[in-house]
Write a protein that binds this ligand. Structure first.
Ligand SMILES: Nc1ncnc2c1ncn2[C@@H]1O[C@H](COP(=O)(O)OP(=O)(O)O)[C@@H](O)[C@H]1O
Ligand SMILES: [Mg+2]
Length: 239
């Protein structure tokens, strides 16, 4: 697979995406365009239903689009097979969700090891690496705890560990603080920013939590299936 020279980490151009057909057809993206740079934390904000989660799914190649182009690290997703996209995602993308999405029957260290096990690393090595990341997240001593034994903030830190354990270049977060109280949300964003952001990486955070907007390097504002503006946090006066 050859890659074009990369200037921008993620480039979305004129993407149209609909769900369903006939009378129930919903146009979720109506020509959305966006660029995310290396070394930045880009937030995508906008009201519920405006297409934020759909846009994230498009960027990580889990949804096909009707029109438009998506390029991640110089790779044109449209030109890749499903298998190639799955492999690319496994190697290059880490995910963090509102509901943490931890596997309830696995311990913290087992949950955090999953991306390494998926790419075939031996269990012992995967868990040693996962334990180190959990330690950086302030979860040393909780490696053998199950999700139900952890607070929401701790569960999200396990989820961040899982997202980072395989050192992906793209970190995708969908409403990462929506299930957390204000103080835990702030702490979670601080940890995410200092642990995930690197010059050769890109972190994209979807949120409508205005309390975390100041963690962004840039804010892309979405409205009704489109990106209608890109702002610096200090200039973004939302209603
Ligand atoms: N799987 C789906 N099937 C049908 N409609 C969907 C599906 N997912 C999202 N939608 C619709 O697409 C629009 C955008 O949804 P979404 O991307 O989840 O928005 P947001 O994340 O900004 O709340 C909404 O109208 C939503 O109801
Ligand atoms: Mg959503």
């Amino acid at each position: 697979m050859s890659a074009a020279p990369v200037e921008t980490a993620v480039r979305v151009n004129g993407v149209v995406k609909s769900y369903g057909r006939g009378e129930t057809r919903t146009l979720a993206l109506k020509g959305a365009s966006l660029e995310a740079r290396f070394g930045e934390l880009l937030m995508i904000v906008g009201p519920s239903g405006c297409g934020k989660t759909t846009l994230l799914s498009v960027i990580c190649g889990t949804l096909d689009v009707d029109e438009g182009a998506i390029e991640v690290f110089g790779h044109d997703l449209a030109g890749m097979s499903t298998g190639a996209i799955t492999k690319f995602r496994g190697e290059n993308v880490g995910f963090i969700f509102q509901q943490f999405n931890l596997i309830p029957t696995l311990t913290a260290v087992e949950n955090a090891s999953v991306p390494l096990l998926l790419r075939g690393e031996p269990t012992r090595r995967a868990e040693a690496r996962a334990a180190a990341v959990l330690g950086h997240m302030g979860l040393g001593g909780r490696e053998r705890s199950y999700p139900r034994e952890l607070s929401g903030g701790q569960q999200q830190r396990v989820a961040i560990s899982r997202a980072l354990v395989h050192e992906p270049r793209l970190i995708i977060c969908d409403e990462p603080t929506a299930s957390l109280d204000a103080a835990t949300g702030q702490r979670t964003m601080e940890l995410l920013k200092e642990s995930a952001l690197r010059p050769d990486r890109c972190v994209i955070v979807v949120t409508h939590d205005s309390r975390i907007f100041h963690f962004a390097d840039r804010i892309a504002e979405m409205e009704d299936g489109r990106v209608v503006g890109v702002h610096l946090p200090k200039d973004f006066h939302h209603v």
